[in-house]
Design a protein around this ligand. Structure first.
Ligand code: SF4
Length: 579
C-alpha cells in the first residue's frame, strides 16, 4: 500500500502570515492580545492560542484596551473603525489577496457599481467584502441566485477567494453571455485553485482520499466535497483521532491513499494523520517480520538508543580519522552522554511534542520516571568514564552536562528583536548550534584530549570536528524545519523560525554539500586516510533525504526519522571497512 501527501496540503500564505503576526505580537506587544473572530477555522490551533493567552472575541466592546488582530479573512471597514474607537490597538492580518478584492469593490462602489460576490453569505470574508460595497452588495451561492438578480446597468463580479473554481467558471460564462456590461474579476486565490486541481487529480490516481481540516473551514469543506464527488472513497476528518476501526477496514482495501488538507490545517496534524495511517495500515503487512521490525524501530527511536549507538559509531569514525587508540572507551562515553542529553531534551520537549510528535510525547509522559533515571544514570556513567581518560575531558563533559541541564532554566534578562530572552533555550537557533558542537566535542575533541601532547592538535582533528558538527547541524536543523509550525506556536526559538523555511533549506543543503566536499578532498592533502572519501556518502545520503522530503517523496514519520538517525551508525561501518 502507498500513502502520499498532496503537495498543496497545509497552511496557505495568508494563514501562515496571520499566525506569524499574532505570535509575533504576543512576544512584542505589552498588554492583552486577542483576535477578532477565530484566527483560522481550526479547533486545534484555536485551543493552542487560547492556552497561550490569545483568545478571540466575536463582539466589539464599547471600551477596550490591548491589541486586537484582524484575521486573514478581513473585516468590513466599519468593524475596523469600531475596534479602533473602542480603544484597541489594531493589527491588520488581512491576507493581501483578500485586500485586493476589497480594493476592487471599494473602487467600483465609489463609482456607483453594484457588487456581485460569488460566495457563502455567512462566510466572514464575504461579510468583510460586503462592507466595501456601499450597500450595493449581492451575494450569490448558486446559478439560481444569479439568475434571480435584477440586471444592473453597472456591476462588478468577484468571487470569495476560496470559491470552487469550476462553479465560478460557470458563473463567468453566464454573466458574459447575459450581462456583457458586467466587469468580471478573477479573484479566486491561486492557492485555492491549485489545491482544488490537485484534489481532483489525486482522486483519479488513488483509491481513497482523506481530507484533513476544520469542518468550519470553507476551503476544507470544498476540498471534501470535490473528493466526495470524484474519489472512489473519501473521508473528511478534523483530527486523526477521528479515524475509526470501520474507516481502517475500508481503507485497508485500498492500494493507494492520498492525504490532502485545507489552507488552515497545520502541518503537525497532517503529519499525525500520516503516522496514524502508517501505524494502522502499513503494519498489516503479510510479511511476518514487518511488525516486529517496526516495533524495534520505534523503540530504538523513542528511547534514543539509535542516536546513542550512532554517537558511539561516529566517535569510532572520528577516532579512526585522527588515528587515536583506545577507541572503545571514547565511543562508550559519547554514547552515554548523548543518551542522557537526548532523553533530557525530549522530557523538556513534551509540551511542543504534543503537537509535533504526539507518539513521543505520550511515551515520555508515561515513562517519565524511568527515562529520567536512565538519563541521570547514563550521564553520571559518562562523566565517571571521562574522568578515567583525562581530567580535561572530565571538566569539559561536566561543563557540557551543566549547560544541558541549565538550557531550560531562567538565567538572565535580555531582549532580541523585541523578544524577551531569559534562558539559553530562548536564544534563536541555540539548540541547533549547541547540539552540533556537543557532538563535535564528544566525538572528536574528547578522544583527542586523552592523547594530549603538542603534536595532538592536528588538521585531522579539524576535519573530524568540522565534519561531525556540520552533519549534526544539518540533521538538527532539518528536524526543526519539519516541526516549524508546532514549535512556533509552542514558543520554541529554532533556527528555521529565525531564518525562515527557504533560507533554512538552503543552509541545510549547503552544509551537507560542504561536509561531503570536505571528506572527498581532505585525503588528497594527506590530512586523513584515503578511505575517508567514502565518508562523503553520509552527508550526500542525508542531502538526498532532505531533498526527497522537500519534494514530498518522503514524509515526516518514523521511517524518515529512522533513515536520518541511522546515518551515524553507517558512518561507523564505513570506517570499519575503509579506514
Ligand atoms: S486561501 Fe488565499 S486568499 Fe485565502 S488566506 Fe489563503 S492565501 Fe489568502
Amino acid at each position: 500500500m502507498k500513502i502520499t501527501i498532496a503537495k498543496t496540503a497545509g497552511f496557505c500564505m495568508g494563514v501562515r502570515r496571520a499566525v506569524d503576526m499574532v505570535l509575533d505580537a504576543a512576544n512584542t506587544e505589552t498588554g492583552t492580545i486577542c483576535t477578532f473572530g477565530p484566527l483560522i477555522h481550526n479547533p486545534q490551533v484555536l485551543a493552542m492560542l487560547k492556552e497561550k493567552g490569545i483568545p478571540y472575541i466575536t463582539r466589539i466592546p464599547d471600551k477596550a484596551q490591548g491589541t486586537v488582530l484582524i484575521r486573514a479573512h478581513g473585516v468590513p471597514p466599519q468593524s475596523r473603525k469600531a475596534l479602533e474607537d473602542a480603544g484597541f490597538h489594531v493589527i491588520d492580518a488581512t491576507c493581501p489577496r483578500v485586500t485586493r478584492v476589497q480594493s476592487i469593490i471599494e473602487k467600483h462602489a465609489k463609482k456607483g457599481f453594484h457588487t456581485i460576490i460569488i460566495g457563502d453569505h455567512d462566510h466572514p470574508e464575504v461579510k468583510g467584502l460586503m462592507g466595501y460595497a456601499r450597500e450595493r452588495a449581492h451575494t450569490v451561492s448558486s446559478m439560481d441566485d444569479l439568475a434571480a438578480l435584477p440586471i444592473f446597468a453597472r456591476a462588478v463580479v468577484v468571487a470569495q477567494t476560496t470559491q470552487d473554481t469550476l462553479f465560478y467558471k460557470k458563473i463567468k460564462s453566464w454573466a458574459s453571455e447575459n450581462c456583457p456590461q458586467y466587469k468580471i474579476f478573477d479573484t479566486i486565490c491561486d492557492s485555492t485553485e491549485k489545491r482544488q486541481a490537485e484534489v481532483r487529480k489525486i482522486a483519479g490516481e488513488n483509491d481513497a482520499v482523506i481530507v484533513v481540516g476544520g469542518r468550519e473551514s470553507g476551503n476544507t469543506r470544498r476540498l471534501a466535497e470535490i473528493a466526495h464527488e470524484t474519489a472512489e472513497y473519501s473521508l473528511h476528518i478534523e483530527d486523526p483521532a477521528e479515524i475509526e476501526d470501520h474507516h481502517i477496514k475500508a481503507l485497508s482495501q485500498a492500494d493507494s491513499i492520498a492525504v490532502t488538507a485545507g489552507a488552515s490545517t497545520p502541518n503537525w496534524i497532517i503529519n499525525r494523520t500520516f503516522r496514524t495511517l502508517e501505524d494502522n495500515l502499513l503494519t498489516k503487512s503479510s510479511n511476518p517480520f514487518t511488525l516486529p521490525a517496526r516495533k524495534i524501530r520505534d523503540f530504538l527511536l523513542k528511547t534514543n538508543l539509535l542516536l546513542a549507538f550512532g554517537a558511539a559509531s561516529l566517535t569510532y569514525t572520528c577516532s579512526r580519522l585522527q588515528n587515536i587508540e583506545n577507541i572503545f572507551i571514547h565511543s562508550i562515553i559519547a554514547m552515554l552522554y548523548i543518551l542522557s542529553m537526548q532523553i533530557m531534551n525530549n522530557l523538556f520537549a513534551i509540551p511542543s511534542d504534543r503537537y509535533n510528535n504526539p507518539g513521543r510525547a505520550l511515551f515520555y509522559g508515561r515513562h517519565k520516571v524511568w527515562l529520567a533515571l536512565t538519563a541521570i544514570a547514563s550521564g553520571a556513567a559518562g562523566i565517571y568514564l571521562s574522568f578515567s581518560t583525562s581530567i580535561l575531558s572530565f571538566v569539559i563533559i561536566v561543563i557540557m552536562s551543566l549547560l544541558g541541564l541549565l538550557y531550560n532554566q531562567k538565567l538572565f534578562k535580555a531582549t532580541f528583536r523585541g523578544r524577551k530572552i531569559s534562558r539559553i533555550k530562548d536564544i534563536p537557533g541555540s539548540k541547533t548550534v549547541l547540539i552540533a558542537l556537543a557532538w563535535g566535542t564528544v566525538s572528536s575533541l574528547l578522544p583527542l584530549l586523552s592523547t594530549w601532547g603538542p603534536e595532538s592538535l592536528s588538521l585531522a582533528f579539524a576535519v573530524s570536528f568540522t565534519f561531525t558538527t556540520a552533519i549534526l547541524f544539518a540533521r538538527t536543523a532539518f528536524f526543526a524545519l519539519m516541526d516549524i509550525q508546532g514549535d512556533r506556536i509552542s514558543g520554541k526559538e529554532t533556527l528555521p523560525i529565525l531564518l525562515g523555511e527557504k533560507k533554512s533549506e538552503r543552509l541545510i543543503s549547503r552544509t551537507l554539500l560542504f561536509a561531503a566536499l570536505l571528506m572527498a578532498t581532505a585525503p588528497f592533502f594527506n590530512i586523513v586516510p584515503y578511505g575517508t572519501i567514502f565518508m562523503a556518502f553520509i552527508p550526500l545520503s542525508m542531502l538526498y533525504v532532505v531533498k526527497a522530503h522537500e519534494k514530498r517523496k518522503i514524509y515526516s514519520g518514523m521511517n524518515l526519522e529512522f533513515i536520518m538517525e541511522s546515518q551515524f551508525l553507517i558512518s561507523g561501518l564505513i570506517a570499519l571497512v575503509f579506514l
